[in-house]
Design a protein around this ligand. Structure first.
Ligand code: SF4
Length: 96
């Protein structure tokens, strides 16, 4: 259900916040998050992605496209505890 959410919302608790790989060359990649509702934009209109390690900090003062995933406050607490401390580089899984 889509509903205008008054007050501050955490993007990490929204169904539109998606984890995506960002190629770094040599088959390696970084993890980024994107808003698949298209709400994260740079000044010139391009889509803005954020580092996965910062996702728990991403809150905004209300969003017309916010869709709560239904997780309680413990979700954000557990997410903060499990996030990498820095922007890590990952190896692509071996081909099958
Ligand atoms: S729809 Fe709004 S609350 Fe949801 S991820 Fe995008 S910007 Fe954040």
């Amino acid at each position: 259900m889509e509903a205008e959410r008054e007050g501050r919302v955490y993007c990490a608790n929204c169904i539109h916040c998606k984890l995506v790989p960002s190629p770094a060359g040599g088959g390696r990649y970084y993890l980024r998050v994107r808003c698949d509702a298209g709400m994260w934009r740079k000044k010139l209109g391009d889509e803005k992605l954020y580092k996965y390690c910062t996702v728990a900090n991403r809150s905004i003062a209300g969003c017309s496209r916010y869709e709560d995933m239904g997780d309680g406050p413990e979700f954000l607490r557990d997410l903060r505890a499990s996030l990498p401390a820095a922007d890590e580089l990952y190896d692509a899984p071996p081909a099958r």
